[in-house]
Ligand binder design. Structure first.
Ligand SMILES: [Zn+2]
Length: 201
């Protein structure tokens, strides 16, 4: 960090530099932009960050992001609550929603099982998902975990726990390239994968 800058300018450059995809040059440029911006504009950014961190929480039912106890999707009366689409991250839910073909509700696992990385089933919201299914009213579980080894393993693990639960378990069709992620799949690809979903044995 340059000694030519004041302490607070250095601090802002440092904070911007922590953001993904922001190198030192960009961090510096952003900090100077804020420095020159009108106070109201700069404060709006600070307020937006504060608001986000203070207001956003996890939905008590599906663990999606929410600003109330229950997220907008779970509180939507038009959604079919008998179909739960299981995803790893809220970002995957957003990608699926963008296809416009989803009328169901979700369950966000918070990741995938990866023993080598120290991520065990108990670190995810699998227990809560099983409880949701056992509470009744669920007809189908769509496993929309990523089409890679960890995602497949997580889907199989969950389906093994629910083998006798009387619920149909499906997996997104194999139109998605193996090893890819839901987050970066195109809308068309995802829509096809949803339509062509197959029963998981
Ligand atoms: Zn929810």
């Amino acid at each position: 960090m340059s000694g030519a800058y004041t302490e607070s300018l250095n601090r802002l450059i440092e904070e911007f530099g922590r953001l993904p995809g922001i190198g030192p040059k960009t961090a510096e440029r952003l900090a100077f932009y804020i420095l020159k911006a009108r106070p109201a504009e700069a404060m709006a950014l600070a307020d937006a960050i504060r608001d986000l961190k203070e207001k956003i929480r996890r939905c008590e039912i599906c663990f999606n992001f929410a600003e109330q106890n229950i997220c907008q999707i779970c509180s939507d009366e038009r959604r079919d609550k008998s179909i739960i689409c299981v995803v790893e991250q809220p970002k995957d839910l957003i990608s699926l929603e963008k296809t416009g073909s989803c009328k169901w509700v979700y369950h966000v696992l918070g990741g995938h099982i990866a023993p080598l990385e120290g991520i065990e089933p108990d670190d995810l919201t699998i227990k809560q998902l099983i409880e949701r299914v056992h509470a009744g009213g669920v007809k189908e579980l769509i496993m929309a975990t990523n089409p890679n080894m960890a995602g497949d393993g997580t889907a199989l693990y969950i389906s093994s726990l629910l083998r006798n639960a009387g619920v149909k378990i499906t997996r997104l069709a194999r139109g998605l390239p193996t090893g890819s992620t839901i987050e970066y799949a195109s809308g068309k690809m995802l829509a096809d994968a949803i339509t062509g979903r197959q029963t998981l044995e």
